[in-house]
Design a protein around this ligand. Structure first.
Ligand code: SF4
Ligand code: SF4
Length: 377
């Protein structure tokens, strides 16, 4: 058996459903595309991930020869109905950037350990454009919604790259966009127009981006402010957004399949409430929020902000008491977004809470939100 075969056998034995290999040649088109859209992606290009360097793996690891791409099927078990529309399925799957002590991080670590045992040097912290690398390694094709799809699975997959210094056998690329002719369901369904043409997405308009990237001081040029026009279109999503994948015919079979439950998710879902995320205790954060959504959000207040937006969009006056409590939260961000939600729900009770809030509020940003909310409540 060749080293390539050994690696592929091991990856499949680990539970990855696809494995393919491509060369460590630069992703020249990606570099060009990213540079041409610097106005949209400056926060990413200039941030910690260094994607322009990752797109030319040898710029960070001179000996890089091959990229091993694995695909993990995250939709083999059912996602609880209660979390649908609130937490993106990939976050429920707990795959992205999983720590080594959790199952998905442990699987990645086992793969790294195996490659090292085979004599390969594996790059650390080198961020290649993984969907593109997976297409070049022949294990996925693109959809017009910018997601990667594995045949027979769909887009609820995690693609992971391992850049190594070994010369391996490369697979046939599958760079085509494999959508049914004329389909544009994802573009039509995107609530904010973030998907503005096939394979083009404006990240600052994307609901998912707004749920987790909008934090103060985390990415260059990005703050915690979410424009009201976007808030209104975020529905009840508090981490991620699956709309452009849910409407996709390429996911239809998997989404309608009768799948066995995931007992861990079922346990989380049982007592999952947006009102508890709004008035977030340390214990609820540690047991119900962080285990699913550890990837990007660094502070509790951003989950609380997102829950306030979700409750406001749900529009039920029954949430007013929970929002009234949030109006007394120590974080001005939480008070401000609770005010926005009260304005969106409207009615006499909401107005009373807003007026009381304005009378005691001292923070400028929260005062501005309360005044704007009172103007529409
Ligand atoms: S994730 Fe949501 S907001 Fe973002 S492009 Fe898809 S449908 Fe649009
Ligand atoms: S919804 Fe249609 S156009 Fe969009 S990714 Fe799916 S198949 Fe392609």
């Amino acid at each position: 058996m060749s080293l390539t075969d050994d690696i592929k056998d091991f990856a499949l034995d680990l539970g990855y459903s696809r494995v393919g290999i491509t060369s460590a040649e630069p992703f020249a088109d990606y570099i060009k595309e990213l540079n041409s859209r610097r106005d949209m992606y400056d926060w990413y290009i200039d941030g910690v991930y260094q994607p322009l360097k990752g797109a030319d793996p040898r710029s960070l690891m001179a000996a890089a020869k091959s990229i091993i791409m694995t695909v993990y099927d995250a939709s083999k078990e059912a996602f609880p109905e209660k979390l649908v529309g609130k937490i993106g399925r990939m976050y429920q799957a707990r795959c992205y950037n999983a720590p080594r002590h959790r199952i998905n991080g442990a699987r990645r670590q086992l793969m790294r350990d195996f490659l090292e045992k085979c004599g390969c040097h594996v790059a650390e912290r080198l961020v290649v454009p993984e969907r593109l690398a997976a297409a070049r390694a022949g294990v996925v094709t693109y959809g017009k919604n910018c997601f990667a799809f594995a045949d027979g699975v769909g887009s609820f997959i995690i693609v992971t790259s391992f850049v190594v210094d070994a010369e391996l056998e490369y697979d046939e690329p599958s760079m085509e966009v494999n959508c049914p002719e004329g389909c544009r369901a994802c573009l039509d369904a995107c609530p904010t127009g973030a998907l503005y043409e096939p394979l083009k997405m404006e990240p600052r308009r994307c609901v998912a981006f707004n749920t987790f990237m909008t934090q103060d001081g985390l990415r260059p040029g990005i703050t915690s402010h979410i424009p009201p026009e976007i808030r209104e279109k975020m529905g009840a999503w508090i981490h991620g957004c699956d709309v452009c994948q849910e409407v996709c015919p390429r996911n239809k079979e998997r989404l309608k399949a009768k799948l066995p439950p995931n007992e861990y998710l079922a346990r989380v879902a049982k007592d999952f409430e947006l009102t508890k995320v709004l008035n977030l205790s340390d214990e609820y954060h540690a047991t119900r929020v962080h285990p699913l959504m550890y990837n990007y959000i660094r502070e509790k207040k951003y989950f609380q902000r997102n829950a306030a937006i979700a409750l406001g969009n749900m529009g039920d006056p029954a949430f007013v008491p929970d929002l009234a409590r949030a109006m007394e939260d120590p974080e001005e961000l939480v008070r401000g977004y609770a005010a926005w939600a009260l304005g969106r729900i409207g009615g006499a009770d909401a107005r009373r809470v807003l007026e009381a809030g304005l009378a005691r509020e001292t923070a400028d940003s929260a005062r501005r939100e309360i005044e704007a909310a009172l103007a529409v409540a």
